[in-house]
Design a binder for this molecule. Sequence first.
Ligand SMILES: Cc1ncc(CO)c(N)n1
Length: 224
Amino acid sequence: MKFSQRLYDKVKPIWEQNHAHPFVQGMGDGTLAKEKFRFYMIQDYLYLIEYAKVFALGAVKATDVKTMARFAELLHSTLSEEMELHRQYAKKFGIATQELEEAKPSPTTLAYTHYMLHVSQNGTLAELVAALLPCMWSYWEIGKDLAKKKDACDHEFYGEWITMYASAEFGQLATWCINLMDEHAKGKPEPELRKLEEIFLNTTRFEYMFWDMAYHEEMWPNNG
Ligand SMILES: Cc1ncc(CO)c(N)n1
């Protein structure tokens, strides 16, 4: 069995919870409150700034030029394409550039991004890939799932989001990451595989928490 299949089986129940989450379902049927999506967009923009740095670290840790180039492409496409989607949404939702740039991360955004950066800075390339894989893979799965729903891709607010994450281009990036994980897991002893599995599980848990944080527009307690 491929290592990625083992990872998938391990987190399947959590991914099912992601798909069933009212935030995700609300994007799919178009009923999600705009305020919640606005909150999500701002937090996700902050998330992507840190996430892009994980790709930069991937380029640093890559041991061949081809992998290095691919990480550089991912860094570029995150900054110019994925974050451009967010900037366009910000315009649509009346979020000024200044508000976007001055926004502060919620506890969940901070914990999630810091965990990913910690693993990426201190771990092996395989550990870095295990940390970022749930982000790409689970968004692609959610995108494809929502795109199947009637009219979802044409929705005034959520259609562009669904179209981007369901796209073949995004799918190719996710597939590349899945293959890279399998390549780097090959021949590794069981204790190392268990460590990779734990990292993958942790960022999967954070993905769920991110949806939940957005749905509840959760910042620090006591308005602090
Ligand atoms: C929280 C989160 N996970 C994954 C992605 C996909 O890149 C994203 N934009 N945001």
